[in-house]
Write a protein that binds this ligand. Sequence first.
Ligand code: NAD
Length: 432
Amino acid sequence: MKTKQGRVTFSAVGLGGRASAYLSVLHEIYPNDHQVVAVADPDPIKQARARKDYGLRDNQIFNTDLELMEQPRLSDVAVIATQDKLHLRGVQGLLAKGYDLILEKPVATTLEELKQVAKLSKSFPDQMVAVCHVLRHTLFFGKIRRILESDWFGPVVSIQHNENIGYYHFAHSYVRGPWNNEQTSGPLALTKSCHDMDILLYLLGDAHCRHISSYGDLSIFNRKHYDPDTMAPMCVDCPQNESCAYSAPRVYSSGKIKSMVFDLSSKDKVRENLGTSPYGRCVYHCDNNVADHQSAAIEFDNGVTATFNLSAFTATAHRSLKVMCQFGEIRAIEKPYLIETTDFRTDQTTVTELDVHDRGHGGGDKAFMKDFMESYLHGAPFNSTLEQAIESHAMALLAEESRKENGNAKCVSEWMQELWQNGQRKTDRTQI
Ligand SMILES: NC(=O)c1ccc[n+]([C@@H]2O[C@H](COP(=O)([O-])OP(=O)(O)OC[C@H]3O[C@@H](n4cnc5c(N)ncnc54)[C@H](O)[C@@H]3O)[C@@H](O)[C@H]2O)c1
């Protein structure tokens, strides 16, 4: 367990949306307990922000993660929030330099990488690696876990879990955007849903997975649905622009995409911003290859079964689930955050609406950083460690293998056993 005196110093490796969200929580809640002392990011706009927001001098700003890693250790903690494919080299380089880490998910993008990350977690047991599985830290999932832990409804028998991606969000991130291609990021089951696998393990009291099998495909966002006679590669040139659900001008002027703001105030501005941008491409004429829908069947080592549905084709972006227990059922849905329980012994149904106002994963971003700091400063237990994250990643990556083999079941427990067999598995899963 680690206890820090004075200010905790941070380096941000990749100053994009995620790192900025975490650092703004520190600014809000721990203004006197932290200091940002270095940033690595090639984008001049981000570098300018590092100067303005954190008062950094030129010698504290680096063009790449590699450049920062060449320096002697600059801070207590490094936040790895580069894009997915750069995470592994960040973990390798920064652990070797002695940093504690806040590591964005996914922690690895292939099973081979995952083995390397597991090895690193064993090689540096005294350094903290906090994985940004922020859902574990939300009021919503925390409340469901507490209901289950109370045992009021008896043991869990099965779970239905849905990741409703939202048609507009899928088009933005997984067709036109950075997570659209397995080779440049990772498969959808991983990039979108290592979170979901992790939350299933969490709800079941950090149970372990035995088997997983999965089906799914890239059924819609492909060239089969592109008609060169009636469509165009860029939405601004397309005759169907006005009527298409996925039209870029329509999606980006809807206000539904929060992470990217184009100026769409006039036809000229739309053409200027979306006429050449990758975000202006026809969704049926992109370089995407990740599945747009996927279902998985999962068996856990306590006999619980779960089904998981991941789909682009939903009206809004939210998660919903049903947990079926011996004496009752819990239905839960995000946005608004509602938890409905029905007790079979009385047939009484109770609905609770949670008071969640924070944006950023239903308050998860803020709670994650708060839990990290409480652990770092005061030694409080921390509940999303690298070791815990590995199993959810194995589940997601093996689900993808299964999908590619038409649902061939994968033995996750065997894979995990092999993974750890060369080293001592840490026993205390909640302490750093
Ligand atoms: N925990 C979550 O819920 C969650 C949610 C969304 C995204 N993510 C993950 O967080 C990570 C970051 O996502 P984001 O949305 O902030 O992305 P982003 O694109 O906004 O940020 C990435 C930053 O890395 C910078 N960069 C590129 N190459 C670099 C290099 N060699 N060295 C240093 N910086 C470099 C980019 O300029 C950019 O500023 C991704 O891996 C993503 O999958 C996690």
